[in-house]
Design a protein around this ligand. Structure first.
Ligand SMILES: *Cc1c(COP(=O)(O)O)cnc(C)c1O
Length: 426
């Protein structure tokens, strides 16, 4: 594959941009390749500046559930642009989007639009603290909730004591209220509640973890979180920035039948534009300004272009009632191809159109098991797929995203390549 133009652009990019990119994982650091600079994308194909057309399983890290440049979404965005890009004043589409969110995700009785998933989580945590008048938050090792200070943490030396920042530039004081538990480990959560009675504002969790690779919740894990938060008067926050509208119209909370107090959305809800949302039970969300004392604002929040893209994307998802069935079938086809070819050399975790191949045997249920994956083996597999025109995430810890635009032919082609990859190794 030619990558001269990408190499040239990367050289220029590194001079004036940190790592040559505007978000770290794009730099391909973990797999030792030059990132492809993208020129265009349509349907399930993405084309780089050297003219390589690839089948895209990154889907912009989640938003692209309909594939790229869906004609109906493009049309709505064009129409919206003609009417002005932003007013900083309320519009009809924001009302329609809030109504639609409440209908599809009934726990989100009242919601607020923001401009990213990070902003949604940051605001939801603030609301949880304002509502409960408590400071501490429990998060799970390996779950990602955006890059704001309070949640960029790793466990301290004693798991029950204050956590350490996971980034330079974050004061220890800013993370001392964040406690870390292990995903799927009920005891680790119980211990934190017992040691911090009446101090915990909320437990925040990715109901299906998708930022340490895809890790599914054990059957009783989410019900347990619902129960223990109720018992201690803490709120349960589902970070559905990835799972929202991906595991189904009602997200993971509908899929698993658990009602959280607050939910964060992002990615799909913007239909490719920068949008996030947080919301929940009316009594909690009335805390938000100007109804209540929790301040949160945004110059471009709910802007007309982004809401047009989001509304049309959700409308298409609602109208096409077999879309999630098709996504599940494609996700299963890919998972089965790998399981068949690789046997117990790998662990494949799959939920609908989200899946991960871990280069470890014996299952992956938490962060420790996820990081036991052989990342050098992942890099080799990544290089093979890229050479054969399959665009996957340059990191073991990012999911494979399947979209409705992935054709049966392209899924078949990918399955055959996956089989070939493991067969040539034997
Ligand atoms: C992507 C992501 C975020 C952050 O969203 P941004 O739009 O990148 O700020 C938060 N939570 C989860 C679960 C995510 O996957």
């Amino acid at each position: 594959m030619m990558d001269e133009k990408s190499k040239e652009l990367f050289k220029r990019a590194k001079k004036h941009m940190p790592g040559g990119v505007n978000s770290p994982v794009r730099a391909y650091g973990a797999v030792g390749h030059t990132p492809r600079f993208i020129a265009s994308a349509k349907g399930d194909r993405i084309t780089d500046v050297d003219g390589n057309e690839m089948i895209d399983y990154v889907c912009s890290w989640g938003p692209g559930i309909l594939g790229h440049a869906h004609p109906r979404v493009i049309q709505k965005v064009k129409e919206a642009c003609e009417l002005g890009m932003t007013y900083g004043a309320p519009t009809m589409r924001e009302v329609e989007l809030a109504e639609l969110i409440a209908r599809l995700v009934p726990s989100m009785e009242v919601s607020r639009l923001v401009n990213s998933g990070t902003e949604a989580v940051m605001s939801a945590v603030r609301v949880a603290r304002g509502f409960t008048k408590r400071d501490k938050i429990i998060k799970f090792k390996g779950c990602y909730h955006g890059h704001f200070d309070g949640l960029l943490v790793k466990a301290g030396s004693g798991a029950l004591t204050a956590s350490q920042p996971d980034s330079a530039g974050v004061p220890v004081d800013f993370t001392k209220h964040t406690l870390i538990a292990d995903y799927n480990d009920k005891e680790s959560v119980k211990r934190l509640f017992e040691a911090n009675k009446k101090e915990i504002a909320a437990v925040i969790v990715e109901p299906v973890a998708a930022n340490m690779g895809v890790v599914l919740p054990d059957k009783d894990f989410l019900p347990f979180l619902r129960e223990i938060t109720l018992q201690y008067g803490a709120l349960l926050i589902f970070d559905e920035v990835i799972t929202g509208f991906r595991l189904g119209l009602g997200g993971a909370q509908e899929f698993y039948g658990i009602t959280p107090d607050l939910t964060t959305l992002g990615k799909i809800i913007g239909g490719g534009m920068p949008v996030g949302a947080y919301g929940g039970r009316e009594e909690i969300m009335r805390m938000v300004a100007p109804d209540g004392p929790v301040y949160q604002a945004g110059t471009l929040s709910g802007n007309p272009i982004a809401t047009a893209a989001g509304l049309e994307t959700l409308t298409i998802l609602i109208e096409d009632t077999s879309i999630y069935e098709r996504l599940e079938q494609k996700g299963q086809a890919l998972a089965q191809a790998v399981r068949k070819a690789a046997g117990d050399k790998v662990t494949v975790n799959q939920a609908g159109s989200l899946l991960s191949i871990f280069f470890t045997s014996g299952g992956v249920h938490n962060y420790a098991e996820a990081v036991s994956s052989d990342t050098a083996a992942y890099a080799d597999y990544f290089g093979y797929m890229l050479d054969h025109g399959i665009y996957i995430a340059p990191s073991q810890y990012e999911a494979i995203f399947v979209s409705d635009a992935h054709t049966e032919e392209d899924i078949d082609k990918t399955c055959r390549l996956l089989e070939n990859y493991w067969n040539q190794m034997n």
